[in-house]
Write a protein that binds this ligand. Structure first.
Ligand SMILES: Cc1ncc(COP(=O)(O)O)c(C=O)c1O
Length: 385
């Protein structure tokens, strides 16, 4: 669980530093401190972008990113049928129309499927890197061809790259999450990054009831040009973020090394298929995905791993939160999905997800544990035949 594994004294020290001020301020716009601003500056430096704006969650971050990019009522937003539900909720909350499309063998947006889904109402594509890069060149080319905005919900992919460029910085705006399962963990939290001043301003305004943050004006006199919500990050959370960010290189390199060892040891297995990559060197180490024969084999594999003390992550156990084909509580609010067999819209994605296993690769994994996990995977593969 990456950053969550390493929460400790350093995070506490940052909080204590916050409390050491004569006047303690836990609210990001109250007088003094401003850990949130410092966190944003450091994060922007790390990502190599001009602007970062921290908010209360990864869901809030993609919500702000979309709002900042001007997505609104009636706009069609193409995204992937395999994602945690948050970006689809955010698209929906803005009155826009989510248009999930099938994934390809990299488990990301299939460029051919995007082309099929573009209409005159399409405004944006939300690429959702799952610990590795989608086919960003092809996706960016489609955006150029049709005049669409490229947005990256990189909640799961902090530190991953595509052809040397950090994911989250390739599109107009990118978003990240700091929840318990992510590369950095702050309790709850998220952030957006962009090089576009207008997108940054609008996203920041959206996260703060529309406050335009005009310098020199008292907060109560701030003007507004668009509506917003309260999606602000607290100073305590930002303090934790500062300490976590200092650990990022360690987190990324350790989990990548661990994943490499595991992959090398299971690569020969004939009845599990490791996923393909658009740029494997840019993949981060947090999660390992492979595919087995079918759903039954995936469930059998999962049970086998659990018997040996290893849980899965997202697939197969949390499929329902990560596959558009089962979101009958949300998608039928749109005419195009009402009365439709959702499963039948994304059959390839459904089949891939149902036969896949995702394994969390901890940062703190010694060679003995790696050996046990490898052994569990090898015997699991034997069991499913
Ligand atoms: C792609 C994606 N976007 C957004 C989120 C939501 O992040 P949070 O839990 O911080 O709201 C997640 C969480 O898993 C995610 O995977």
């Amino acid at each position: 669980m990456a950053g969550a594994e390493l929460i400790g004294r350093e995070e506490l020290a940052e909080i204590q530093e916050l409390f050491s001020h004569e006047k303690v301020n836990l609210y990001r716009y109250g007088g003094g401190n401003y850990k949130a601003r410092e966190f944003e500056e450091r994060f922007a430096d790390y990502m190599g972008v001009q602007y970062a704006h921290a908010v209360s969650s990864g869901t809030a971050a993609i919500h702000c990113a979309l709002a900042g990019a001007g997505i609104g009522s009636g706009d069609e937003v193409i995204t992937t049928a395999w994602t945690f539900i948050a970006p689809v909720e955010a698209i929906s909350a803005l009155g826009a129309i989510p248009v999930p499309v099938e994934i390809d063998e990299t488990y990301h947006l299939d460029p051919a499927e995007i082309e099929k889904a573009v209409t005159p109402d399409t405004k944006a594509i939300v690429a959702i890197p799952m610990w590795a890069p989608p086919k960003m060149d092809e996706i960016a080319a489609i955006c150029d061809k049709y005049g669409l905005t490229l947005i990256e919900d990189a909640a799961q992919a902090l530190g991953a790259t595509y052809k040397g460029r950090k994911l989250g910085t390739i599109g107009k705006v990118g978003s990240f999450s700091f929840d318990a399962g992510k590369t950095l963990h702050t309790g709850e939290g998220g952030i957006i990054v962009t090089n576009d001043r207008e997108v940054y301003d609008r996203a920041a305004e959206f996260s703060d009831h529309g406050h335009m943050h005009i310098s020199g004006l008292p907060r109560g006199k701030d003007p507004r040009r668009a509506k917003g919500l309260n999606l602000r990050l607290s100073e305590v959370t930002a303090s934790i973020g500062l300490a976590q960010l200092r650990k990022i290189d360690h987190i990324l390199s350790r989990s990548k090394e661990n994943k490499k060892k595991i992959k090398e040891a299971i690569r020969h297995l004939g009845n599990i298929s490791l996923r393909s990559f658009s740029d494997e060197s840019g993949s981060q180490g947090d999660t390992l995905i492979f595919r087995v024969r079918d759903r039954e084999a995936a469930l059998q594999f999962e049970a086998h791993l659990m018997e040996r003390g290893f849980g899965t992550k997202i697939l197969p156990e949390a499929l329902d939160w990560h596959y558009a084909g089962v979101w009958s509580h949300l998608l039928p609010e749109y005419d195009r999905y009402r009365g439709v067999d959702l499963e039948a819209l994304w059959p390839k994605t459904g089949a891939m997800l149902r036969s896949s296993i995702c394994l969390n690769i901890p940062v703190l994994m010694d060679d003995e544990t790696i050996g046990k996990l490898v052994e569990a995977i090898i015997t699991g593969a034997e069991k499913i035949g």
